[in-house]
Design a protein around this ligand. Structure first.
Ligand code: HEM
Length: 317
């Protein structure tokens, strides 16, 4: 959170449970509107209870982005330049948070107005926080369901980080190749953005149909990840497939967890870094047990469980 958003998540005046609940609610509202055709029209939606709930959630979400912007603006006004941040770990290195690049464009260079800045801040906060948290949950559950894979990850961590308790550094991350394979496989089985929406700007000819320009269409990433081109073990959690390029489908678009093309996720590299760092810390100390086959999923813009998480944690002694 600190490196991406410049927000210290230990500061409960910012990222509190009210905010987390509001994000959950707003995702549910989008999914409800998506499913109920009578709420598609702005006119009927305006008079619905769902709209009232949406307004209440947006108030909480905007309050958060306004607080973040206000704090950074005060620092800017006092110095006329955005002060650099310092990492909270032992290295104490100076760094620029991802979000500060936006503030720089707005406050120092005047490229966008306050409303545009807030919209970008909202996108970054929502796009960057619930996503990695949900992927972590699925990955830990999958590792808990596959002890032999978890053991391989643990052995890799031992080789790269040794027995010490030191911080994970940037140069360690590129060596955690098996952990990356685990993350990719977890994102293949549980793509947290299972459906993408697009408006067509030109006709698209499929085998038996033409999708007309001007229409909306939805791309089922979940389906692409379960396509037979992945092989007979398509439904199995098998991170080893990522260790050998020859065992992957020929089509490079077969894996689309971060979307494809020009509007694909801008946080992909950052997400892998953040996920690997968190997992390295957690898996060095704890062992997970679980059963992912018990999961029941629901579509609330993101792919989330409706059931509990079916995971337990024990300390490695
Ligand atoms: C594993 C974690 C993540 C996954 C699976 C993921 C997935 C996605 C997907 C599928 C999209 C495309 C949505 C669409 O095309 O309609 C997207 C867009 C985006 N993501 Fe991520 N994301 C992740 C983490 C992050 C993080 C950590 C950040 C920021 C630090 C981020 C920022 C964004 C932004 C700003 C967009 C919109 C890009 C645009 O519209 O041009 N994401 N993400």
């Amino acid at each position: 959170m600190l490196t991406a958003m410049g927000v210290d998540f230990t500061d409960h005046t910012i990222l509190n449970s009210q905010y987390v609940t509001a994000v959950d609610e707003i995702l549910k509202i989008i999914a409800v509107r998506f499913r109920k055709f009578w709420l598609h029209s702005d006119y009927t939606f305006r008079w619905s209870n769902v709209r009232k709930k949406q307004d209440a959630c947006l108030k909480i979400l905007h309050n958060m982005s306004d607080t973040v912007i206000k704090r950074r603006k005060t620092e800017f006004d006092n110095n006329n330049i955005l002060p650099e941040r310092t990492t909270g770990n032992t290295s104490g290195k100076k760094f620029k948070a991802f979000m500060d690049l936006l503030f720089e464009l707005s406050l120092e260079k005047g490229v966008m107005n306050d409303r545009e800045l807030r919209e970008h801040v909202d996108t970054m906060i929502v796009g960057g926080y619930d996503t990695t948290a949900t992927v972590l949950m699925y990955t830990l559950l999958l590792l808990g369901s596959h002890p032999e894979v978890q053991e391989k990850v643990y052995q890799e961590l031992k080789v790269v980080l040794g027995d010490s308790d030191r911080d994970v550094e940037k140069h360690d991350l590129s060596q955690l190749v098996y952990l990356e394979a685990v993350l990719k496989e977890s994102l293949r089985l549980y793509p947290i953005g299972p459906v993408l929406g697009r408006r067509l700007d030109k006709n698209v000819q499929l085998k038996n149909y033409t999708l007309a320009a001007g229409r909306s269409c939805f791309l089922l990433l979940f389906g692409i990840h379960k396509h037979p081109m992945w092989g007979a073990d398509v439904d199995q959690f098998n991170p080893d497939r990522w260790m050998d390029p020859a065992s992957l489908p020929d089509n490079p678009n077969a894996f689309a967890a971060f979307s494809l093309g020009r509007r694909m996720c801008i946080g992909k590299t950052y997400a892998y870094m953040s996920l690997k760092t968190t997992l390295a810390h957690v898996l060095r100390k704890y062992r997970f047990n679980g059963d992912h086959t018990q999961l029941e999923l629901k579509f609330v813009v993101l792919l989330k469980p409706t059931s509990g998480y079916y995971v337990s944690i024990e300390e490695r002694l």
